[in-house]
Design a protein around this ligand. Structure first.
Ligand code: NAD
Length: 508
């Protein structure tokens, strides 16, 4: 084994979180290209611990040549059939083994994710790492079920006709920093199940869990070139990857502004494109709802992961006759939410990802505060190192404020009210009051209202009487400027295939 075949040079990092000493094993961040771990040739970038504001490691980012090598190795692995030539059951078993490996390393991966993102360890350990394993398993199951079908045609003569699904080829999988491991699994799972090969680009801020995932994939015997992983800045590494002529599909999760740019870039080669973009999702609470469940759900929807959730319910509309009661409850939840280092056991909300994200979130609040927005709670940083923003609730009366219209990606909830007499169309009009269309939440006991809102909502994901509902079986994706294409479900894995029709003349 050459020196570059192994990436195991972890730095053991001893952290002090409150009174606890935590050991985290940090992998060396190199790039997995054609089965080898190589140093990048681009500029050196830091990796931060956002809970402390410290640099935990550095890495040389991937430059254009590294990207080219990764795309070529994915092409070679695809064309040489080392992956798509395996039987579907063999591919399924490999993905299942990867899921098992993730699960077997739950504690290690959870600590890594908490170190790099600041999320509470309780969340990464009990939810995110297990979820990544489940997503891989769900997609493993599809490898054996990607069928075509025969068709009845009316052509003259006799025909045997059928459709067939084939893997798209080389995929570029670009992910953001808010759920690095889950997102890596959500992209790799369906791409690999379909028989594609992959170049995964984690966000430059959060490469650690993806690197460890790549090591695990290598250990369990994924053929060289099937999974390549490299990272660096979006405008250099990412740009080189999405514009590479050897890439057949770009699956991108990130901001709407970059998504629009990628639509232009990928048009050059008509590279297939899926866009999972930003959101500014509405939550509606009617007076007949279970108000304490609704207040709790509305609060968790925006404060989980410090608001850095694409589907977060960031705009709340409450029926005016119950508004004060609901707002009071949400403010109390915000005041009492333990915010701090994700390694501290009592913590329920960590920092935001970076200094610039902290500045951005606080700027939105500062600029909104005044005549038309009242800060009911939060709106400031914590008086300690790290990139913390207190859970924030703003009562707003001007629907055009940037804080209402733009995705903040922080723990900031805007609250507006609607009249007791409002009809469904008026409520839907408020819900549709931004350019986004990712998720929508409604809290009511009326079945009729729930169905009418679910039907009328211009959003890809509607939840009734709950703020959760993400499951690998449920297609997830946006309407309008929240993007297009679906992740999860049958639709997710099929999006990594091309559909072909075959017509065989069997008698003229
Ligand atoms: P971002 O768009 O800045 O970056 C996302 C990824 O794209 C990163 O890996 C980045 O390096 C890369 N990138 C940036 N510019 C690029 C370019 N020119 N070419 C290729 N790659 C490029 O987004 P972010 O700030 O990292 O993440 C937050 C955004 O992600 C939010 O808008 C959030 O709503 C969105 N998001 C959407 C979903 C969803 O499923 N809809 C899920 C999570 C996050």
């Amino acid at each position: 084994m050459s020196q570059s075949d192994s990436n195991r040079n972890p730095a053991a990092n001893q952290l002090q979180a409150g009174t606890a000493a935590i050991q985290v094993s940090i992998p060396e961040v190199r790039h997995l290209i054609g089965g080898h771990w190589v140093h990048g040739s681009g500029p050196t970038l830091p990796v931060h611990n956002p809970s402390q504001g410290t640099v935990v490691t550095e890495f040389a980012s991937a430059d254009r040549d590294n990207v080219d090598a990764a795309a070529r190795s994915a092409r070679e692995a695809f064309d040489s059939q080392t992956w798509q030539g395996l039987s579907p059951a063999q591919r399924a078993r490999m993905l299942w083994k990867l899921a098992d490996a993730v699960e077997d390393h739950t504690e290690e991966l959870a600590r890594l994710e908490t170190l790099n993102t600041g999320k509470p360890l309780t969340v990464t350990r009990s939810f995110e790492v297990p979820q990544a394993a489940e997503i891989l398993r769900f997609n493993a199951g599809w490898a054996t079920k990607l069928n075509g079908e025969t068709r009845q045609v009316s052509l003259p003569g006799q025909w045997h006709t059928y459709t067939q699904r084939q893997p798209l080829g080389v995929t570029a999988l670009i992910i953001p920093w808010n759920n690095p491991l889950v997102m890596a699994a959500a992209k790799l799972g369906p791409a690999l199940a379909a028989g594609c090969t992959a170049v995964l680009k984690p966000a430059e801020l959060t490469p650690l869990s993806a690197v460890r995932l790549g090591e695990l994939a290598q250990q369990i015997g994924f053929p060289a070139g099937v999974i390549n992983i490299l990272t660096g800045l979006g405008e250099t590494t990412g740009e080189a990857l999405v514009s590479h002529p050897g890439v057949d599909k770009v699956s991108f999760t990130g901001s709407t502004v970059v998504g629009k740019h990628l639509q232009r870039v990928t048009s050059e080669h008509l590279t297939r494109l899926a866009l999972e973009l930003g959101g500014k999702s509405p939550a509606v609470i009617y007076d007949d709802a279970d108000l304490s469940a609704a207040a709790q759900g509305a609060a968790l929807s925006i404060f989980s992961n410090s608001g850095q959730v694409c589907a977060a319910g960031s705009r709340l509309y409450v029926q005016e006759n119950v508004a004060e009661e609901v707002i009071d409850q949400i403010v109390k939840i915000a005041e009492n939410l333990p915010v701090g280092d994700g390694f501290e056991p009592q913590v329920r909300m960590g920092p935001v990802i970076s200094q610039s994200q902290q500045d951005r979130v606080l700027r939105y609040v500062r600029e909104a505060a005044g005549d038309t927005a009242e800060v009911l709670v939060g709106g400031t940083e914590l008086d300690r190192p790290g990139y913390f923003v207190r859970p924030t609730v703003l009562r707003v009366s001007d629907r055009e404020l940037p804080v209402v219209q733009e995705e903040i990606f922080g723990p900031v909830l805007t609250v507006q009210t609607f009249s007791a007499e409002a009809n469904i169309s008026e409520v839907l009009k408020s819900m549709h009051d931004t350019r986004y269309g990712l998720s929508a939440y409604v809290w009511t006991k009326s079945l009729e209202r729930a169905h009418r809102i679910a039907r009328g909502a211009r959003a890809g994901n509607v939840r009734v009487n709950s703020h959760i509902g993400m499951d690998p079986a449920m297609p997830f994706g946006g309407f309008r400027e929240s993007g297009y294409g679906k992740e999860n479900g049958r639709e997710g894995v099929e999006s990594y295939t091309e559909l072909k029709s075959v017509a065989i003349s069997i008698a003229s």
